[in-house]
Design a protein around this ligand. Structure first.
Ligand SMILES: [Mn+2]
Length: 188
């Protein structure tokens, strides 16, 4: 697991009743766990150098969208003070935007794993599986699977309602429509 923007937001000292509700629900042990998460994870797999982070090479709050310029997307594979300079990734995987995509560049790949609990492209949970020889610098077969899983969205909404989760309506609408509460309808 890597640290995301909400993992940090949710830990901040606050008077906001929604944040306080979530902090209380998480409890101390989980909050400590979130605070301990790394910003990046790096490993070799089948001869590829893989880096994972939440939002971008700049940090957990710097967002790079699916339709960002190719230059901005290619920069996702560069090194910064946030990523450190010891590793030069061939592949970068990230989250943050809740939309699945994969983009190939010369010798490099950028992919987004989407979101399990709040997908904003298709109303199905999303995740990726990287398959290859872990911790190996030797070139061999490698794959990235993008997986979509239909699930009982109405049950998830009912459970949140039963627990008294604040701001239920926008959450329910996001789960039902895969459309972010802050965004305009997508172009047809
Ligand atoms: Mn995020």
């Amino acid at each position: 697991m890597v640290k995301g923007n909400w993992d940090e937001f949710i830990l901040a000292k606050t008077d906001n009743p929604t944040f306080l509700w979530h902090q209380q629900r998480l409890g101390k042990a989980r909050r400590n766990y979130l605070a301990s998460l790394p910003g990046t994870i790096e490993f070799h797999m089948s001869g590829k150098r893989v880096r994972l982070f939440h939002a971008s090479q700049q940090g957990i709050y710097h967002r790079v969208r699916m339709h960002a310029s190719p230059d901005d997307q290619l920069r996702m594979l560069s090194n910064t003070d946030f990523t450190g300079y010891a590793f030069e990734p061939d592949l970068v995987g990230y989250g943050d935007i809740h939309r699945v995509y994969l983009k190939s560049f010369q010798h490099k790949i950028l992919f987004n794993v989407g979101s399990v609990g709040n997908p904003l492209d298709v109303t199905q949970a999303a995740y990726a599986i990287l398959e290859g020889t872990y911790d190996s610098s030797m070139e061999s077969t490698f794959s990235i699977q993008m997986i979509r899983v239909p699930y009982d969205i109405e049950l998830a909404i009912r459970q949140a309602e039963d627990e008294g989760m604040p701001e239920l309506e926008p959450y329910a609408t996001e789960l039902r429509t895969a459309q972010y509460r802050g965004s305009k309808p997508p172009p047809q």
